[in-house]
Design a protein around this ligand. Structure first.
Ligand code: ATP
Length: 357
């Protein structure tokens, strides 16, 4: 079982809405997940990520709309008919069964011939690096090991889709980093279409091919992590992925062309085809640079605060009443600028994104 027996599936979610009583928690979700993709639902607590994942698995109230696996709608079919594997945050291993029994359980339920069960269990445990622990009980394993067993138990039945609901959140920080790489390797080896639910942007960014950023039961944006980071569709996405300066202002036209004006003498040129009127400008702290004093087009400001973050220093700079966060790479022994110090900033317009929300 080193690769999928069947070709990986495409998942299409169309106009999916779901309510708990009168509360609508998914509001018309549309998503297309490609075969073999490692896809993330990323969003804050309560945004509906788990509800959406559970709807794919067939748990929870029946949604309106469609969930298609390779074009076939599965809404309305019972969970065990979907052949979709789910790994929960809490592992949910049977405490009274050994590791091998836990992994064998799903095969026995599916009436797989007993002669095939042993080799399949061993192969699944080998895939997650737990073959030596087959006769232990869950209570004799660390959290990370239990999570590996939970994974083995899910993949042993060769599901068409792998659903992971915050699978690493109970592990300590170092183990999480290692496990996410292991997960990625496993996913690539199996070639299985996988959805990973997390509220941790670093986790999603490092291992997922694409992400859907969710808020309030609505998909806010879909794309590769770097695409979404570089081109946030709205303020929520800009703030949720990384740190962003979001300047309020308007696009104005003048003899020199169009620019974004947020008062405070801060004008940034924008494309000629941008409509005039109210807008916001998103600028990441790492894309603003300190310039030599008096350099052309530089903005002058005052250091309001400085935070040492290890590899960099995050400054808050007051530019005529508008505060801008600016990250500067730290090198050994580099002196930090002091509060009240005069600085000049360079803001490359190509690094700024105009949004209208
Ligand atoms: N069984 C339920 N009954 C009523 N409301 C529910 C139920 N399950 C979830 N909800 C509500 O649905 C909304 C979405 O919850 P969901 O668990 O999908 O969010 P989430 O993004 O996965 O958050 P978290 O990261 O905290 O799990 C929340 O407002 C939650 O309170």
């Amino acid at each position: 079982m080193t690769t999928m027996q069947t070709a990986p599936v495409q998942i299409d979610i169309e106009n999916l809405s779901l309510s708990f009583g009168k509360t609508e928690v998914l509001k018309g979700v549309n998503l297309a997940i490609r075969p073999g993709e490692f896809f993330a639902f990323l969003g804050p607590s309560g945004s509906g990520k788990s509800t959406l994942l559970r709807a794919i698995a067939g748990f929870g109230p029946n949604p309106k709309g469609q969930i298609k696996l390779d074009g076939q709608d599965i809404v309305g079919s019972v969970p065990w008919q979907r052949n979709v594997g789910m790994v929960f945050q809490s592992y949910a291993l049977w405490p009274h069964m050994t590791v091998a029994k836990n992994v064998a359980f799903g095969l026995e339920e599916r009436k797989v011939p007993s002669s095939e069960i042993g080799p399949k269990v061993l192969a699944a445990l080998e895939l997650v690096g737990m073959a030596d622990y087959a006769e232990r009980f869950p209570s004799q394993l660390s959290g990370g090991q239990q999570q590996r067993v939970a994974l083995a138990r899910t993949i042993v039945v060769e599901p068409r889709v792998l659903l992971l609901d915050e699978p690493l959140s109970n592990l300590d920080a170092n183990l999480r980093v290692q496990m996410r790489q292991d997960l990625l390797k496993l996913q690539r080896r199996l070639g299985i279409t996988t959805i990973f639910v997390t509220h941790d942007q670093e986790e999603a960014n490092t291992i997922c091919d694409r992400i859907a950023v969710m808020a309030d039961g609505v998909v806010q944006q879909i794309g590769r992590p770097d695409e979404v980071y570089d081109n946030p569709a709205n303020s929520f996405v800009a703030k949720f992925l990384g740190t962003a300066n979001i300047l309020e202002g308007e696009v104005v036209a003048s003899a020199e062309g169009k620019s974004f004006d947020c008062g405070a003498n801060l004008r940034i040129p924008v494309d000629a085809d941008e409509a005039t009127g109210k807008a916001r400008l998103v600028v990441r702290p790492e894309s603003i640079e300190f310039a030599a004093d008096g350099a052309n087009d530089s903005l002058s400001g005052l250091v309001a605060s400085a935070e040492f973050l290890g590899g960099m220093v995050r400054y808050a700079i007051d530019v005529n009443g508008q505060e801008l966060l600016v990250d500067e790479r730290h090198t050994r022994g580099k002196k930090r600028m002091e509060k009240g110090e005069n600085v000049a900033l360079k803001l490359d317009p190509a690094q700024a994104v105009l949004i209208r929300d």
